[in-house]
Design a protein around this ligand. Structure first.
Ligand code: ATP
Ligand code: MG
Length: 595
């Protein structure tokens, strides 16, 4: 068969479709190797033409990878309208989630209702991923509803942070709305509830209300109906001062479930609201807004964490009184980790008290922090789905999330050398100048790098500490050495950074003994003195040990890394050999992800 000298349009189209499919399946990034093998699988006759095929594929991959995932989807739908993409996410979708009761294909509506009172965290990821998985599994819709009914807590910054977090997780809600959009409607329903005898305005003081609730006794406001009309008008006029009156559900003051003892449905709150400004003073509580919004928005399946269990009867009682449609309610356990507060309410004081440095402090479980640490959204989704819909209170180990992440980052991350607490090593008979080429990954082609080395190296302090005269060790990917003399001393720090000169007074002296690879020989990483960049790595640890704040929760390791690391973009995930995966955080700093 004759070989064409250039790639014809038909083949270009085949390549383009393969690249797009691969990119869309893997979050927007196609990979050359995969596209090459798929192209050949589809057109074995092109095998003899790799020389012109591969550059063509590379160009196509580069072009398509520069588009956003959405642009890729649009382009794919345009050029291959008949083709279906077997989305990896979709194939795994809901594998561990049980079927929804009373769910009809095409008629499921779920919602994720965060309060914009802080940054989203892994607990929100759990809730949102479950909500989304179900919506997609049943070909239904997902609503993102900001539950913004307390002007004292909500901030524009938090709406944005939540949106950004979901976007990063790859969650695309079909509808985005705010509970505050419906404030008039909710007030109308509140008024109606009083008119039909299902609620009343209560002017008791907070302590009196608390006392009577604990005793299970109704107050005069509930019993005296003569003033009801007046109070109702005054309440929704906004004429009451904060705390002077609340609107309460007429539940059962003697109910065993205290959530049913006439809970508050509306209160007066003064404050600037990010969406409504100062126009509104009468605000529904979560207890009223949640069932009303779910019902009115068409939510068929409302999922929430188990801590609300006692409030379920209230949720349904309110809808019953107002003759509104009732969604199916499902529960799952709240996600918690040992030593890590997975709650905005607990994180906020840590920030305010300066115990962490902000919402993206790497010790926190916020999505901003988890991203900054080098976790990928696919790993979070896999982790959440592995937990399923359990109600059990056991905390999953954080290592489970790390394991999912490791599996994803391992084949994508280039390997580099970093030496912590460096000690100098001089190879007496080593080459004075030599260029070595190191592979960026042991078994996947992620390119290579060239390093200039002399006979002076840095090795890690703990490796140096365990070295004895006479030991034979291998400098990884270089050659073997035998230790001749140990004058063990750490490199002194000068003005917070390391001196990069090869100081012969404090070092380990060795001799090169060949470069045959022996399996039982200890292998250590190194950084060539000529190629050393001062480098620091932040290692986040548990914020709490038992109940106490861990003052050593953020360790910083100092040392030298290969200068190659300086050329990598912020956000790149790498593996420092024998140290662990890290994500580049800034100039000469990265954050430890996991081993
Ligand atoms: P926080 O303490 O973080 O303010 P919250 O439950 O008040 O917690 P919301 O913003 O009201 O936070 O929660 C929105 C949704 O996310 C709710 O459905 C809630 O059940 C769920 N959610 C919040 N935290 C967790 C968690 N740790 N694990 C699982 N789901 C959670
Ligand atoms: Mg809440």
């Amino acid at each position: 068969m004759s070989s064409p000298s250039s790639v014809d349009e038909n083949i270009k189209d085949i390549i383009k479709i393969i690249v797009l499919k691969n990119a869309i399946q893997y979050g927007g990034k196609a990979r050359n190797e995969i596209v090459i093998s798929k192209t050949i699988a589809q057109r074995p006759d092109l095998r003899n033409n790799l020389k012109i095929l591969i550059p063509e594929i590379k160009v196509s991959v580069e072009k398509i990878n520069s588009l956003t995932l959405n642009e890729q989807k649009v382009l794919f739908a345009h050029i291959a309208p008949q083709q279906h993409i077997p989305d990896k996410k979709i194939r795994d979708r809901g594998m561990t989630l049980p079927a929804l009761p009373d769910a009809e294909m095409g008629n499921v509506m779920t919602r994720f209702p965060p309060e914009p009172n802080g940054y989203p965290h892994l607990g929100h990821a759990k809730a949102a991923i479950i909500d989304e998985e179900y919506a997609r599994r049943y070909n239904g819709k997902l609503i993102l509803r900001f539950d913004d009914t307390n002007p004292l807590n909500e901030k524009s910054e938090y709406y944005d942070a939540i949106k950004e977090g979901l976007e990063w997780l790859g969650i695309e809600p079909d509808i985005v709305k705010n509970t505050s959009d419906d404030i008039q409607l909710l007030c109308d329903y509140g008024r109606k509830l009083v008119e039909i005898g299902g609620a009343y305005v209560c002017t008791c003081s907070q302590p009196v209300m608390r006392d009577l609730r604990s005793k299970g006794i109704p107050c005069d406001c509930r019993l005296d109906t003569t003033r009801a009309g007046d109070l109702l008008r005054k309440f929704f006029d906004g004429s009451f001062e904060p705390n002077a009156a609340v609107l309460r559900f007429k539940g059962n003051m003697a109910d065993q479930n205290t959530a049913m003892r006439d809970p508050t449905l509306f209160r007066i709150i003064e404050g600037h609201h990010p969406k409504l400004g100062n126009t509104n003073r009468v605000w529904p509580t979560y207890d009223f807004a949640a069932p009303l919004e779910d019902s009115l928005d068409g939510v068929t399946h409302a999922l929430r964490t188990k801590e609300y269990e006692l409030r379920n009867p209230l949720y349904f009682a309110i809808l019953e009184r107002l003759s509104l449609r009732k969604p199916v309610m499902l529960e799952f356990s709240r996600l918690e980790f040992e030593g890590m507060p997975v709650s905005k309410r607990k994180i906020k004081p840590l920030i305010e008290n300066g115990l962490v440095k902000g919402w993206d402090d790497p010790r926190l479980p916020t999505l901003a922090a988890i991203k900054r640490r080098g976790f990928l959204p696919e790993a979070i989704r896999k982790f959440v789905l592995s937990l399923g819909l359990t109600l059990s209170e056991t905390k999953p180990p954080f290592e489970a999330l790390e394991a999912f992440n490791r599996k994803i980052v391992d084949p994508q991350s280039i390997r580099l050398f970093f030496v912590k607490d460096p000690v100098q090593l001089q190879v007496r008979n080593g080459d004075f100048t030599k260029q070595v080429t190191l592979n960026n990954h042991p078994n996947i082609n992620l390119g290579h790098r060239k390093i200039r080395v002399s006979n002076c190296f840095y090795i890690a302090g703990d490796d140096a500490a365990s070295i004895r005269v006479g030991d034979e060790i291998r400098l990884m990917e270089l050659y073997n050495i035998r230790i001749a003399d140990v004058k063990f001393q750490h490199i002194s720090q000068i003005n917070g950074s390391y001196s990069a000169s090869c100081d012969t007074s404090s070092l380990i002296i060795a001799e090169q003994t060949g470069d045959y690879l022996k399996h039982d020989m200890p292998k250590i990483q190194w950084v060539a003195v000529e190629d050393a960049s001062p480098y620091s790595i932040m290692i986040p640890r548990a914020l709490y040990v038992e109940e106490n704040y861990n003052t050593n929760s953020l360790e910083t390791c100092e040392g030298f890394a290969e200068s190659y690391v300086s050329a990598l973009k912020q956000g790149t995930i790498i593996q420092f050999v024998r140290f662990g995966f890290c994500r580049i955080d800034g100039d000469n700093t990265s954050i430890f992800t996991h081993r």
